[in-house]
Write a protein of this length. Structure first.
Length: 286
């Protein structure tokens, strides 16, 4: 077994089954071709240009686009194209710092293949020479990756919150961590990937944070999303990552990044080191 397979599992190389999606002339997503005939039914919302799909330019404001797409999402949910309406709005843009073009329900993000963002926290504990990491086991009731191993805190990035505020919110909800503790979390970069999932594409960028958790602090399951927390030596974390598929697919990328940054994956001993490093981030909009 190896680390590289985790990165390969989070890659789609053939986009021939998808049509590029544009808003205001900017590429924002990829739509599965089988959905296109249904989208043609929404007069005044979509326009079709050869292989491309665009939001009608007459929907010229964020509010107008968001309202129109709210009706589309409800209809597509009724048709079975969208599994669930989440009631949580995500920004749609051509990049993290680009202007928001539209708000879209989280449940529709994969169908339209738009970029989504999230925050992930590595909770580490150092006691003397020991180096450990808090690992969460996801609830068996989770819709995605039930029962899989996870970071101590992770969550999608909704519209209207800064990354730091969202991290503090997720840490309070998922692990019972206080805001003063979370102010010590250190930004450590990001990983990104695009993978095929049932119903579309996940095009995610995950902003990564490291937090040294005091040894007297123990995370608590507070919102039902975590079955248990476990404190593991980092060697066990990395060997489990290498030898099993026990971690949630995108958490594997976060941990590979962690292993590289902290010298747990070494270029003298890891033959795929360069491919791992290069594979943790993809170029948009390719």
């Amino acid at each position: 077994m190896n680390y590289l397979r985790h990165i390969q599992a989070c890659r789609v190389r053939d986009l021939s089954g998808y049509s590029p999606f544009f808003i205001d002339g900017k590429a924002v997503g990829w739509i599965p071709r089988p959905v296109l005939p249904r989208l043609r039914d929404f007069s005044g919302v979509f326009r079709f240009f050869g292989d491309h799909v665009a939001l009608d330019e007459r929907l010229s404001t964020l509010e107008a686009r968001s309202r129109a797409m709210e009706d589309v999402v409800a209809a597509l949910h009724g048709d079975g194209f969208i599994r669930s309406i989440r009631g949580e709005m995500y920004r749609v843009s051509s990049g993290w710092t680009a202007p928001t073009l539209m708000l879209l329900d989280r449940g529709a993000v994969t169908l339209f293949g738009v970029r989504a963002y999230g925050v992930h926290l590595n909770g580490i504990v150092r006691t003397g020479e020991e180096f450990k990491m808090w690992i969460a086991r996801r609830s068996p009731d989770k819709a995605v990756a039930p029962g899989k191993l996870d970071n101590i805190v992770a969550g999608g990035q909704p519209a209207g919150l800064s990354l730091r505020d969202n991290l503090i919110k997720e840490a309070r909800e998922e692990a019972g961590f206080t805001a003063p503790l979370m102010r010590h979390a250190r930004s450590a970069g990001f990983v990104s990937y695009r993978m095929e999932v049932p119903g579309g594409l996940r095009c995610d960028t995950l902003f990564v944070y490291d937090l040294e958790v005091p040894d007297q602090v123990t995370p608590r399951c507070t919102d039902g999303e975590v079955q248990e927390f476990m404190l593991w030596p980092v060697e066990r974390v990395m060997s489990t990552l290498r030898e099993t598929d026990d971690f949630k697919f995108n958490v594997a990328l976060v941990l590979i990044d962690f292993g590289i940054r902290h010298g747990l994956i070494d270029p003298d001993r890891e033959p795929d080191y360069a491919r791992l490093f290069e594979g943790l981030r993809i170029r948009w909009p390719a």
